[in-house]
Write a protein that binds this ligand. Structure first.
Ligand code: ADP
Ligand code: MG
Length: 486
């Protein structure tokens, strides 16, 4: 473990609460659709509007997604959990309470771990989860379209959410963002959430506090509804500086809920934070306890696709990859499939990994493309790697061939031919070039023989140049040594 990074002598402490919208067709306690973007109130049924006499009915699909999440993060899945009413008054909450889980959540414990770049080092960080519980979303107040009045849209009311709560384990905004990205990867990989942050399918609340190293936890402020990774980092960095300034100025931090304003880059207090007691939680008498037998959990487990961390372990074992590579290559299903196809086709897993994490991802990033859109197929990349390992082309030439592939200039061999990139493997031809260069640079030869190893560089350069970059550097070195008796 590296020591936590300090900001002006303070340690930063962050815990996350994330609301992941579960990708069911209908709501958590009613049959109304959850499709995004419908006309206001066309997807709110009697249950969602809280008409008298209606009762909630549990959506099994939502429970199954919670089980999948629990399995994905190695958590305990409660055999018996219960729903509670969280009471508060707000116009978009027609029942006057939100159905949530309080004392006994369905998913308990578990952890999320990921890699993080700290300076030049890559370190693994594990964040412990406290719980994940099922709950319903509220509706929405519309302030835009009504002169002097607000409207209420209940389409979102009753949308199934999984609220995922961490322990206060993160120590910097970088760790927080890396955690959120990893969590996002997990929920989209297992397909329980579409992960669309703009549409609000994946919303993060960051609880932030600061303290002097070794001191008890400081008072936290909760930044609500961070819906982009960029804003998340900005908001936390601002909040940390603000809290430190307050403390340094002799003020104490009051627990509060704050909002981040992307326009000013500042966080602003929204309300002082309620305590659990303010919500008067009590078990919802309309819903029986949620019972999940081991057989159900086993069936769900059997139907789940290979998890990213399991796949990463397999990549380490089957392809002898470093753990770091394996984790990078399991960033998404598409990346892992591209890697496996390339590695199988060329039989050089480490080279495939280097190319995908290097050149391929550099080009994808530069053109803001996903790997599914890459104009270079796994088969083409494998063919290219094959031409490097059979010494047809040098690494440098391979980068030019890759550019050609990317720009649709044809297949690997055709591009090598067209650009004249074939490496010089004819020893006779190469020896002639070397002899000429040695004859033209007697001073370097002398210096090298006198023990100055660096003098060799003055010979390799002109040789590569005379061969128009087509000489194999390894072969050049070997021949030089032979001729110079080194
Ligand atoms: P609440 O009941 O208000 O939701 P919780 O105890 O459930 O509060 O904690 C909510 C989140 O805040 C959790 O992610 C937890 O890790 C985090 N948290 C708790 N205390 C602190 C603290 N002092 N600093 C930063 N985060 C904290
Ligand atoms: Mg909470």
């Amino acid at each position: 473990m590296t020591a936590p990074k300090l900001v002006q002598g303070y340690e930063v402490v962050i815990g996350f609460e994330t609301h992941a919208q579960l990708s069911t067709k209908s709501k958590i306690f009613s049959r109304a659709s959850v499709a995004f973007g419908a006309e206001a109130n066309t997807q709110a049924c009697a249950v969602d509007m809280a008409l008298p006499g209606t009762l909630p009915v549990m959506n099994i699909g939502a429970v199954e997604r919670a089980i999948e999440f629990g399995l994905a993060i190695n958590a305990h899945i409660a055999e018996r959990s219960i729903f509670a009413r969280k009471n508060y008054f707000y116009p978009d909450l027609p029942k006057g309470y939100q159905i949530s889980q309080f004392e006994i959540p369905v998913v308990q414990g578990g952890e999320v771990s990921f890699f993080l770049e700290v300076g030049k080092e890559t370190v693994r960080k594990t964040v412990r989860l406290e719980r994940a519980h099922l709950e319903e979303d509220a509706g929405k107040s519309l302030h835009e379209d009504f002169i002097g009045q607000s409207g209420i849209d209940l389409n979102r009311a009753g949308t199934p959410l999984l609220e995922i709560v961490t322990q206060p384990d993160m120590r910097s905004s970088e760790e927080a963002v890396a955690y959120a990205k990893e969590l996002h990867k997990i929920v989209t990989w297992i397909g329980i959430c579409d992960g669309n942050m703009q549409e609000g399918s994946f919303r993060c609340d960051a609880n932030v506090s600061v303290r002097k190293p070794g001191a008890p936890l400081g008072t936290r402020r909760e930044i609500k509804n961070l819906n982009s990774f960029k804003f998340m980092q900005q908001a936390i960095d601002y909040e940390v500086r603000w809290q430190i300034d307050q403390i340094e100025d002799g003020h104490t931090i009051q627990q509060a809920t704050v909002l981040f304003d992307p326009d000013t880059g500042e966080t602003r207090a929204m309300r002082t934070k309620e305590d659990a007691a303010d919500y008067r939680y009590f078990p919802d008498p309309d819903l029986p306890p949620l019972l999940i037998g081991r057989d159900w959990v086993e069936r769900v487990k059997g139907e789940m696709a290979e998890l990213p961390r399991v796949m990463a372990e397999r990549f380490v074992k089957d392809y002898a990859l470093p753990e770091y590579d394996a984790t990078q290559l399991t960033q998404s299903k598409a990346v892992s499939a591209y890697f496996e196809a390339t590695a199988k086709a060329c039989g050089q897993a480490k080279l495939a990994s280097n190319w995908i994490m290097g050149e391929v991802s550099r080009r994808l990033n530069a053109s803001e493309m996903a790997i599914e859109q890459a104009p270079v197929s796994a088969a083409q990349l494998a063919a290219l790697i094959g031409r490097i390992s059979d010494n047809t082309i040098s690494n440098n030439a391979a980068r030019q061939v890759f550019e050609g592939l990317w720009n649709g200039e044809g297949e690997v061999d055709a591009i090598i031919e067209a650009k004249g990139l074939k490496q010089m493997n004819d020893t006779g031809e190469l020896e002639k070039i070397i002899d000429d260069v040695l004859a033209a640079n007697p001073k370097n030869v002398e210096e090298f023989k006198a023990g100055n190893a660096k003098a060799l560089n003055g010979l390799v350069g002109p040789i590569m140049k005379a061969s128009k970059g087509k000489a194999n550097p390894g072969q050049v070195n070997a021949l030089l040594m032979k001729k110079l008796g080194g």
